[in-house]
Design a protein around this ligand. Sequence first.
Ligand code: KIV
Ligand code: ZN
Length: 391
Amino acid sequence: MSNSNVKIFDTTLRDGEQVPGCKLNTDQKVIIAEQLDLLGVDIIEAGFPVSSPGDFKSVQEIAKMVKNATVCGLSRSVKNDIKIAAEALEFAVKPRIHTGIGTSESHIKYKFKSTQDAILERAVAAVSYAKSFVEDVEFYAEDAGRTENEYLARVCEAAIKAGATVLNIPDTTGYCLPHEYGAKIKYLKENVKDIDKAVLSCHCHNDLGLATANSIEGVINGARQIECTINGIGERAGNTALEEVVMILKQHPYLNLDTNIQTEMLYGISQLVSDSMGIYTQPNKAIVGANAFAHSSGIHQDGVIKKRETYEIINPHDVGVTESAIVLTARSGRAALAYRAKNIGYELTKLQLDEVYSNFLTFADQKKEIEDSDIHQIIETSKVYSEIISA
Ligand code: KIV
Ligand code: ZN
């Protein structure tokens, strides 16, 4: 693997599925996992096996089915969680146990009523125990975003010594600013002994809308794995959106960071996850929202019709969207109307367009969006219709 390769760890089926009302059954999870495998994600976090018999079964079925990706199961730093995760992963070609514990002052003091030293010991014991089942063990320092760097570095160093192959640095509460999160990763790179024996991973939540920016800062500063979900779904305001980080790295090649994702599958898998979970994707969602490649103002439409790149930085084909949409509203101009009319078979001269456009504006002021059937009606009722069809 080249050092420019960023691994994509998809947690749609674990952190993503924690969204209230979005529970999936095993069959639905297996279908999504199959598509994630084809999409080219490097790791699929299939669930939290100890949490319920249903989740155990889902992880087990996914482990049996997945051909390429590593299949990962979550656990707390609790022996039974780790043992159950190992059992669920028994048939995986590439199994990974993801174990960890809260390291911030608030987690240590209020959640565990413990001390830094005792938590460090539990972290080491969990990694060592997980290591007795599988080679690939990822350690998460929950709430790392609010953990002081010096203690976080000590925990990471101990986890590596115990055999962790990946160190997950979650901004669990979505609190960090991008420069702070980037500096945290840089600090760990520079201060943890044997840091090159493990991959640093970004796991950012979106409470302040910064999950994507923080993950990108993380990889710029040396992390080589991003944990993310399709459509950015997840606890509260969600996780880093897979489609966003992947396309950022693709559209900015000078960063010299790439992924193994087949980007043309992004739109299809976004629809699959949204339909299966019954969770609607906001129309202005970057990359996969219904309006991500739709143009409705006259100035933008004129530019896009002349050259797509004037108002689009991504080729819609690259993410599996068939084409950019020229949406007709009362804000649209002549160029857009002529373009849409041409698409349905009317080639209008400049004078004909003037006449049809004025009828169009009257119509468009009464209706939010003009469909092809409306264009037919506008043209057929215009004074120049006989000229248009006899041309
Ligand atoms: O946000 C978080 O800290 C997590 C961990 C369990 C990895 O999801
Ligand atoms: Zn999380």
